[in-house]
Design a protein around this ligand. Structure first.
Ligand code: WT7
Length: 652
C-alpha cells in the first residue's frame, strides 16, 4: 500500500469504541497499560502467577542481549498446567474439545478424558525410550491426537517439532534431520476436500533419507491401506491403549526447551525457531485471556488454525487449555461439503469467539453473504484476525456480516518467533480502526523506526522493532546461533527486527504494511522466495529462477516465478512444462508453495554485482509500469522481459 493511500485511509478510518456493556464485563480493564508501564517486569510476574509452578522463580528476567531467560529458577510442567490442575480443581467434566471431522464424525473430549489420554500417550513415549530433550516430529491432520501428542511430549520434557501436514516428504525429511528427531508421530491420513488424503506415505518417503528415527507412531484416522515397515512402525492404538492412565509429571526448569517450529527465512533453509517453557506459557495464557476476553465457564472458542503453525500451538493447544477453555476443532476445509460449513459449526456449537485469517474472510466475501446468512451466528461475541494485514473492506465485512455489528474485532500481530500476540487491541478497552492492529499489548514494547533506528513519529512509516525482551520470545534458531544473531539482532543494535514494515497514523495507531525482506505471505503462511527458487532450479529444465510475491486479492500475495530454461530445452508447448514446474515445487515444498504463475524469460534483471532486482520483477508481476532500472547491468533486460513474456497462469 502506498503511503498516500494509507494516509487517506487513516483519515477516513472510522473508529469503533468499545460498548459500555462489553467494557464493564471485559477481562482487561482500562488501567492495564498504566499498570504494566509502571512496573513491566512486575506485570509479567503477575501474569506468571496465573500458572501452577512447582517451584517459584527467584529472578524474573536475565537479559544478555540477544539472550533472554525468564522466571529463572522456577519449575513447572506444561501439560500439568493445561490439564491436571483443571481436573484437580473439579472441572474435569468440562469439554476441552468439540471435535468435528470433515466427514461429519464427532468426538466430545472433556478435560478429564484429555488428561487420561495424554498420560497414556506419555507412558507410550517412555516405553519407546523417549526422554527429556529428545526431539519428536509430529506430522498429523487436524485431529485430537495431534494435541494429545504435543501434550504427551511436553509432559515428559521432550521437544515437539510439528511439521504441517501439507508439507512434502522432502520438507519433512529436512526438518527431521535438522532437529535430529528420533520419533515421528503421524496418521494413516486425514479427510480434506471431501476425501481421504494419505500422510504415512510421505513419512515413508522421507525416511528413505538419512536420519536417526527409531519409530513411527501411526494414528488410524482414515483406515486406508497403509504400507507397513514392521521395524519402525507402530499403530498408536496398539501401544497407547494398553498403557496405564497414571503418570506423575516431572517438573521442568522454566527455561527447559518446549518445542521447535520451523519457519521460512530468507534463505532456502527453514529456521528452527525454539521456545522454552515458563515465559512462553505465561504470555500464551495471558494474551489468550485478555485479547479474546475468554470467560472459560461460558465461552465456546474456535481458532481455525492448523496445529502445524504457531497459531495452532499458542491458541489451540497451550493458551486455551491453560485457561480451561472449551474449543471447537475442525479437521477439514471450509467449503466441504458446502461453503457454509464454518457457519454451520458456529451455530451447532454456539461458538462465541472466532479467530481466523484474512484470506478466509476474503474468500467468504467472494463466495457471497448467503452462506453466513443461512445460519444463526448470534452466539458470536468477539472476532479475531491473524496472519497478514487485514484490509479495511474485509474488516468491515467481518464486522457486519459475521459479527452482526456487535462483536469487537481484534487484529493480532505476532510471529512464530514472538510465540504469542504482541500488537492487538484489547477488547473492552481499545477503540479499533478497521485495518489497524492498534498498539502493543501491556508489557510489550514495539516501535516504528527509520533505517538509523530513530523512532519515526506519528504519521510516518518505517520498520517494526521490539526493543524490550518479552516472555514468549524465541530463545534461538535450533543449531544456528550466528543466524539467530544476524537475522534478528544485527540490523538494529540490541533490538529485535521483525522483518515487517509498519506505519503510525496521526493518532499513533500501528498499521502493518507487510514484509520488507524476501519473504512472501501467502494466505497467512510464510514462504521464502529463495526456498521456491531453489526448488525450481532443482528441476532439470531450469537454469535460473527468480521469485516474487505479487499482490493477490484473495491470498494477500501470490507466488510469481520467472525462470530461464536450460539451453536445449524448447519453450514450445510451454504450458505443459510450466505445469510440470508448478507440480515440482509442490512436491519439493508442499502445495502451499506452488507458484500461481510461472513466466519463462530469456534474462533476469540483475545489478552489476549480480543481485536480482526483485522489485522490478514485482512491477511486472503486478502489471505496473516498471520502476527505476538504471542500476541494471543491462538496461535492456526489462524491455525484453515485458515483450517476450510467456505466462503460465493457473487458477487452482
Ligand atoms: C508474519 C509472521 C502469527 C501467526 C501467523 C503467522 C505477518 C501476522 C499479522 C497481522 C499484519 C501480520 C507478519 C509477520 N502477520 N499477523 N495481524 N497483521 N501482518 O505467523 O508464519 O510466523 O508469520 O505474518 O508479516 O511477520 P508467521
Amino acid at each position: 500500500m502506498s503511503n498516500e493511500s494509507l494516509e487517506n485511509l487513516s483519515h477516513e478510518a472510522r473508529t469503533f469504541a468499545p460498548s459500555k456493556e462489553f467494557a464493564a464485563a471485559a477481562n482487561a480493564k482500562a488501567d492495564i497499560y498504566e499498570i504494566a508501564q509502571r512496573d513491566r517486569l512486575g506485570f509479567w510476574e503477575e501474569q506468571a502467577r496465573a500458572l501452577t509452578w512447582d517451584k517459584p522463580w527467584s529472578k524474573v528476567l536475565e537479559w544478555n542481549s540477544p539472550y533472554a531467560k525468564w522466571f529463572i529458577g522456577g519449575k513447572l510442567n506444561a501439560s500439568v498446567n493445561c490439564l491436571d490442575r483443571h481436573v484437580a480443581a473439579g472441572i474435569g467434566d468440562r469439554v476441552a474439545f468439540h471435535f468435528e471431522g470433515e466427514p461429519g464424525d464427532t468426538r466430545t473430549i472433556t478435560y478429564a478424558q484429555l488428561l487420561s489420554e495424554v498420560k497414556k500417550s506419555a507412558n507410550a513415549l517412555i516405553e519407546l525410550g523417549i526422554k527429556a530433550e529428545d526431539r519428536v516430529a509430529i506430522y498429523m491432520p487436524m485431529i485430537p491426537e495431534a494435541a494429545i501428542a504435543i501434550l504427551a511430549c511436553a509432559r515428559i520434557g521432550a521437544m515437539h517439532s510439528v511439521v504441517f501436514g501439507g508439507f512434502s516428504a522432502e520438507a519433512l525429511l529436512s526438518r527431521i534431520q535438522d532437529a535430529d528427531a528420533t520419533l515421528v508421530i503421524t496418521a494413516d491420513g486425514g479427510f480434506r476436500k471431501g476425501g481421504a488424503f494419505a500422510l504415512k506415505p510421505a513419512v515413508d518417503e522421507a525416511l528413505k533419507g538419512k536420519h536417526n528415527v527409531k519409530n513411527v507412531l501411526v494414528v488410524k484416522r482414515t483406515g486406508q491401506e497403509t504400507a507397513w515397515n514392521s521395524e519402525l512402525d507402530i499403530w498408536w492404538h496398539d501401544i497407547v491403549d494398553r498403557q496405564s492412565a497414571e503418570h506423575v509429571a516431572e517438573s521442568f526448569d522454566s527455561e527447559h526447551p518446549l518445542f521447535i517450529l520451523y519457519t521460512s527465512g530468507t534463505t532456502a533453509k527453514p529456521k528452527g525457531i525454539f521456545h522454552t517453557t515458563g515465559g512462553y506459557l505465561t504470555q500464551a495464557a495471558f494474551t489468550h485471556k485478555a485479547v479474546f476476553d475468554l470467560k472459560a465457564e461460558s465461552d465456546v472458542y474456535w481458532c481455525t488454525a492448523d496445529i502445524g503453525w504457531i497459531t495452532g500451538h499458542s491458541y489451540v493447544v497451550y493458551g486455551p487449555l491453560i485457561n480451561g477453555a472449551t474449543q471447537v476443532m475442525y479437521e477439514g476445509t471450509p467449503d466441504t461439503p458446502h461453503k457454509g460449513r464454518i457457519f454451520e459449526l458456529v451455530e451447532k456449537y454456539g461458538v462465541t469467539i472466532l479467530y481466523t485469517a484474512p484470506t478466509l474472510i476474503r474468500t467468504w466475501m467472494k463466495w457471497g453473504d448467503e452462506f453466513p446468512k443461512a445460519h444463526n451466528l448470534k452466539s458470536l461475541r468477539l472476532l479475531g484476525s491473524v496472519g497478514e494485514p487485514i484490509n479495511p473492506e474485509a474488516w468491515m465485512w467481518y464486522r457486519d456480516v459475521i459479527g452482526g455489528n456487535r462483536c469487537p474485532i481484534v487484529d493480532t500481530w505476532w510471529q512464530t518467533e514472538t510465540g504469542a500476540i504482541m500488537i492487538s487491541p484489547l477488547p473492552g478497552v481499545t477503540a479499533t480502526k478497521p485495518g489497524s492492529a492498534m498498539r502493543p499489548l501491556p508489557g510489550i514494547s514495539a516501535k516504528v523506526v527509520d533505517d538509523k533506528a530513530q523512532e519515526v513519529g506519528n504519521g510516518h512509516g518505517g520498520f517494526l522493532i521490539l526493543d524490550e525482551p518479552w516472555p514468549s520470545m524465541l530463545r534461538g534458531i535450533w543449531g544456528e546461533d550466528e543466524r539467530y544473531k544476524s537475522t534478528y539482532w544485527s540490523r538494529f543494535e540490541n533490538k529485535y527486527f521483525a522483518g515487517d514494515g509498519a506505519k503510525l497514523d496521526t493518532d499513533g495507531a500501528i498499521w502493518l504494511l507487510g514484509r520488507v525482506d524476501d519473504v512472501m505471505n501467502v494466505s497467512g503462511h510464510r514462504i521464502s522466495t529463495t526456498e521456491v527458487e531453489s526448488a525450481l532450479v532443482s528441476h532439470e529444465a531450469v537454469a535460473e529462477a527468480a521469485v516474487v510475491g505479487a499482490a493477490d486479492a484473495m491470498t494477500g500475495q501470490g507466488i510469481v516465478a520467472f525462470v530461464i530454461l536450460r539451453g536445449g530445452i524448447p519453450n514450445v508447448g510451454g504450458d505443459e512444462l510450466i505445469q510440470q514446474l508448478r507440480n515440482h515445487v509442490s512436491k519439493e515444498i508442499g502445495p502451499i508453495a506452488k507458484p500461481r504463475q510461472i513466466m519463462v524469460v530469456a534474462e533476469l534483471p540483475k545489478t552489476r554485482s549480480g543481485k536480482i532486482m526483485r522489485r522490478l520483477l514485482k512491477d511486472v508481476a503486478e502489471n505496473r509500469a516498471v520502476g527505476d532500472s538504471t542500476t541494471l547491468a543491462d538496461p535492456n533486460v526489462m524491455k525484453l522481459i515485458k515483450e517476450g513474456l510467456s505466462t503460465g497462469k493457473d487458477e487452482d
